[in-house]
Design a protein around this ligand. Structure first.
Ligand code: NAD
Ligand code: LMR
Length: 342
């Protein structure tokens, strides 16, 4: 779907051949943290979407140049820049989707939870502004630790009286993107065909790829399942170590976040066939937040998909039980932070 809807034009001599799907550009998207490692390539990918009429780029610094640069691309959206707290409210007015990749990334040896002390406060402040200026928007949280920053966002929205659990999402698309890539490589499948649901959360063992639910179905030995699961869970760390102090995944993350933005816009636009894995308020398990496949619609989460959690293998069932205490603790840490700072 992402491929088909991007406004890429093939030029044949003087003739411009457009892709057949030509949706109307009418949605406003804001990226908070737009001058960062994720923010810049993500803004570029969103600039390519035919569904976007306005792209608002907010950061505490360096965003003017990013916006000037992007604004020269001859795709439909108008790009506007907003710098610093005094321009935050204006960056959010009338926005349909807010994407938040603001915050510090990991360095080798760190866990995502080690980012909590800095990023929790950043997410809290930004979501307060979202609550005040575009409470109806879909909110996509990328800033880590996602397992805690999403519960923080929920508490902030509740305090402001505007919490809509159907419109608050932790972005876990990168886990699915990695799972699809690694499984396709292992089994020599065409990459674009493979789809692996990934449930739980977004850190270490809380990332649980359900390899038995891979489409098309693949046959994997126990050893292959173990190796693939661990590689998917450590995908972020693999990149952190390769970047050796220069940050974490930015390009694959921008790709994954752009896919989630495009899916959200298609859902807003009335496409009735949009499914993505994401970390949302959930009653699929006893935990208040849980990543699973969801059906997206005009009003946000239209339905959780419980079938992915049924008929799990023994390995998956054990891993599901094993992740719950860590995920629960991360959720409670986020809730406690948001309430302590009231
Ligand atoms: P980065 O340091 O390159 O960029 C972060 C940007 O946020 C910077 O431009 C910075 O100026 C900005 N920023 C800081 N405080 C801000 C504030 N109060 N308001 C607005 N902007 C602010 O980092 P990055 O590599 O882009 O990563 C950003 C975050 O995304 C990190 O927390 C990282 O762990 C997380 N991440 C999540 C996933 C995921 O799958 N959910 C994947 C990769 C990275
Ligand atoms: C990722 O999965 O790549 C991100 O969560 C960044 C990180 O710290 O690993």
């Amino acid at each position: 779907a992402l491929r088909a809807s991007f406004a890429l034009k093939a030029h044949k001599g003087a003739q411009v051949v457009q892709t057949p799907f030509q949706p109307q550009a009418s949605y406003k998207v804001a990226v908070l943290g737009a001058a960062g490692g994720i923010g810049q390539p993500l803004a570029l990918l969103i600039k390519m979407s035919p569904l976007v009429s306005d792209l608002h780029l907010y950061d505490i610094a360096n965003v003017k140049g990013v916006a000037a640069d992007l604004s020269h691309c001859n795709t439909p959206s108008q790009v506007l820049d907003f710098t610093g707290a005094s321009e935050l409210a204006n960056s959010l007015k009338g926005v349909d989707v807010v994407v938040i990749p603001a915050g510090v990334p990991r360095k080798p040896g760190m866990t995502r939870d080690d980012l909590f002390n800095i990023n929790a406060g950043i997410v809290k402040n930004l979501v307060e502004a979202v609550a005040d200026n575009c409470p109806e928007a879909f909110i996509h949280i990328i800033s880590n630790p996602v397992n805690s920053t999403v519960p923080i966002a929920a508490e902030v929205l509740k305090k402001k009286g505007v919490y809509n659990p159907k419109k608050l999402f932790g972005v876990t698309t990168l886990d699915v993107v990695r799972a699809n890539t690694f499984v396709a490589q292992k089994k020599n499948l065409k990459l674009i065909d493979v789809d692996v649901p990934v449930v739980g959360g977004h850190a270490g063992i809380t990332i649980l790829p359900l390899l038995s639910k891979t489409k098309p179905s693949v046959s994997l030995t126990d050893e292959e399942v173990e190796k693939l699961t661990v590689r998917i869970q450590n995908g972020g760390t693999e990149v952190v170590e390769a970047k050796a102090g220069a940050g974490s995944a930015t390009l694959s993350m921008a790709y994954a976040a752009a896919r989630f933005v495009e899916s959200s816009l298609r859902a807003l636009d009335g496409d009735g066939d949009v499914y993505e894995c994401c970390y949302v308020e959930s009653d699929l398990t006893e935990l208040p937040f849980f990543a699973s496949r969801v059906k997206l619609g005009r009003k946000g989460v239209e339905a959780l998909i419980p079938s992915d959690l049924q008929g799990l293998t023994e390995y998956e069932q054990k891993a599901l039980e094993a992740l719950k205490p860590e995920l629960k603790a991360s959720i409670e840490k986020g809730i406690a932070f948001a309430n302590k700072q009231a």
